[in-house]
Design a protein around this ligand. Structure first.
Ligand code: PEP
Ligand code: MG
Length: 572
């Protein structure tokens, strides 16, 4: 039966596909018992599901190729090992055979037992294995409720689930998933950022999706409007096809702007840099005429694996990007794991009460000197191959900048002493994403060579609204007078000191905010290539001088509604 749901659109594109429901990892299954005579059939059912998952993982493993094969393959191998773990299998058998638990409840009991053992370990690496146990148990549980013929890969399917970790995104795409619907999540989380980078339609915060969707249902997902239709009717299908044709037309029109300058109506040139996480992003950035890479998030090299990338692996990855941009600057940001970018390497602390306020960004780098030195060596070695800029995340004060600069100088001297080539000049910049850094900037702006404003975190910390909190949706907005004021002050201060400044948060990627950022005097934007042409189009429709003249009205706006009225007034 047709059902329509609405969530928040988080990655544009409309897609029609077959639903694959993944139930939450932490199984909420009440205690259920069988009659003794039912136990043998239940045990057989459980074993069929385990065999099916084993086969499913085998097929997935065989289907992987290219760069993902190693990365994702290791992860699948680990799951295969866990699935064959005698402790897990004997425990399950016993629970069904002797205690007459249903297979579902036995899975839950066994999951809790194993998770308890791992969670009690001191080593953070082993504690992080709980996630893998949850995924394996989750797969078996899903298989228990699926018909046999449906046990296959994800090709052409839309995954409906509670949440997707950023680290899972590449794997899902490699498996052929064409769209995602999550009941949790937010358009500003890293999963959404990655979905946009992978051009995967995503609707987040879609309440009821898990209860109302069944495996195999036809689904239409519109990642722009946030609409999800289960078992669409003829009208829905027609509408979907029309929207798809509209997207193709729009893309064709925008494609004409590939080689056009990003110039306002009154002739001011604006530079669009790319936020690039993969070689594909780099190629796309190049093809779209990006002015360089404004943000390369190195943490994505550290996710989805259990050991840290060594210096050579990092060096090759950074050098590939640098060479890929062919002489244009590449801004490599030092590691920012933590908060929602949790890793499997044991670097981040799993039990931090407030991870967004915890050990992340430059704090972690300065605390783990060996880790930082390895990364700096790799970045500086890559600087021999083109123009590299080093960007430091989560800075709060000048002392951190001084400490990083000292470390960079030490590592550069070390490399020179070893006779390794490196670039002559690697500018050092900081992210302005913590309010303290914005407020203290006059005291340390002379220590930095450039600035990049991370509005994703800046908004979160200024407004005390978690960027990933689905329940706070509308409260998380850059359209707040405090945000506008901090942006204005930061841009003005940078310009007074002739210090290059860009905005690299998602605000710069939203075409509707372009007039506002131009009005504040911004001329450098850094955004994912996926929306670069739309932003270019919007900027080409703006008159820079006219927007400057409207700046004081923007700064006088007292609340979100007034800022929205200002935006509407300038045609956004
Ligand atoms: C930001 O905070 O705006 C930013 C660009 O960094 P990230 O999204 O990686 O935290
Ligand atoms: Mg940030």
């Amino acid at each position: 039966m047709r059902k329509a749901l609405t969530g928040q659109g988080a990655s544009r594109g409309t897609v029609l596909g077959r639903a694959r429901v993944r139930l939450p990892h932490a199984l909420q299954i009440a205690e259920q018992h069988l009659l003794p005579e039912e136990a043998p059939a239940e045990l057989a059912r459980l074993h069929r599901a385990i065999d099916a998952v084993r086969a499913e993982m085998h097929v997935l493993r065989a289907r992987l190729h290219g760069a993902l094969a190693q990365e994702v393959g290791e992860f699948l191998d680990l799951h295969a090992l866990l699935l064959d773990d005698p402790e897990l299998l004997h425990g399950l058998d016993e629970l069904v055979r002797v205690r007459h638990f249903t297979a579902d409840y036995a899975l839950r009991v066994q999951r809790d037992r194993l998770a308890g053992v791992f969670e009690a370990m001191d080593d953070p690496y082993f504690r992080s294995r709980v996630e893998d146990i949850d995924q394996v148990i989750g797969r078996v549980h899903a298989a228990l409720h699926r018909r046999e013929c449906e046990l296959r890969g994800f090709a052409g399917e839309i995954l409906v689930t509670e949440s997707v970790a950023p680290a899972e995104m590449a794997q899902l795409q490699a498996q052929g998933v064409v769209g995602l619907v999550t009941t949790g999540g937010s358009p500003l989380g890293h999963t959404a950022i990655l979905a946009r980078s992978l051009h995967m339609p995503l609707v987040v915060d879609c309440q009821g999706a898990l209860d109302l969707t069944n495996d195999g249902d036809a689904l239409i997902v519109d990642g722009g409007s946030g609409r999800v239709v289960i078992e669409p009717n003829a009208d829905d299908l027609r509408e979907h096809q029309a929207r798809e044709r509209g997207h193709v037309r729009e893309r064709r029109q925008l494609a004409r702007l590939r080689r056009e300058p990003t110039r306002t109506l009154d002739g001011v040139d604006i530079r669009l840099f790319a936020n690039a996480e993969s070689q594909d992003d780099v190629s796309e950035a190049h093809a779209l005429g990006a002015a360089g890479v404004g943000l390369y998030r190195t943490e994505f090299l550290f996710l989805q694996r259990s050991e840290l990338p060594d210096e050579d692996e990092q060096f090759r990855a950074y050098r590939d990007v640098v060479m890929g941009m062919n002489g244009q600057p590449v801004t490599i940001r030092t590691l920012d794991v933590g908060a929602d970018k949790t890793d499997r390497t044991g670097l981040t602390l799993r039990d931090e009460p407030n991870p967004a306020l915890g050990l992340r960004g430059v704090r972690l780098s300065l605390m783990r000197r060996g880790l930082f030195e390895t990364q700096l060596r790799a970045v500086l070695r890559a600087s021999a191959y083109g123009r590299v800029r080093l960007l430091v995340p989560m800075v709060t004060c000048g002392e951190e900048v001084v400490a990083v600069r000292r470390e960079v100088a030490r590592v550069a001297a070390q490399l020179r002493a070893e006779g390794l080539p490196l670039g002559d000049d690697v500018p050092l910049g900081v992210m302005i994403e913590v309010p303290a850094a914005a407020l203290a900037l006059p005291a340390f702006i002379r220590e930095v060579d450039f600035l990049s404003v991370g509005t994703n975190d800046l908004v979160q910390y200024l407004l005390a609204v978690d960027r990933n909190h689905e329940g706070l949706g509308r409260l998380y907005t850059p359209l707040h007078p405090a945000v506008i004021r901090v942006l204005r002050d930061t841009i003005r201060l940078a310009q007074r000191h002739a210090c290059p400044i860009a905005v690299c948060g998602e605000m710069a990627a939203a075409p509707e905010y372009a007039p506002l950022l131009l009005a504040l005097g911004l001329t450098d934007f850094s955004l994912h290539p996926g929306t670069m042409l739309e932003v270019r189009q919007r900027i080409r429709d703006c008159d820079f001088a006219a927007l400057q003249a409207k700046r004081s009205a923007l700064l006088r706006a007292r609340d979100r509604e007034a800022i929205e009225r200002w935006l509407a007034g300038v045609g956004a």
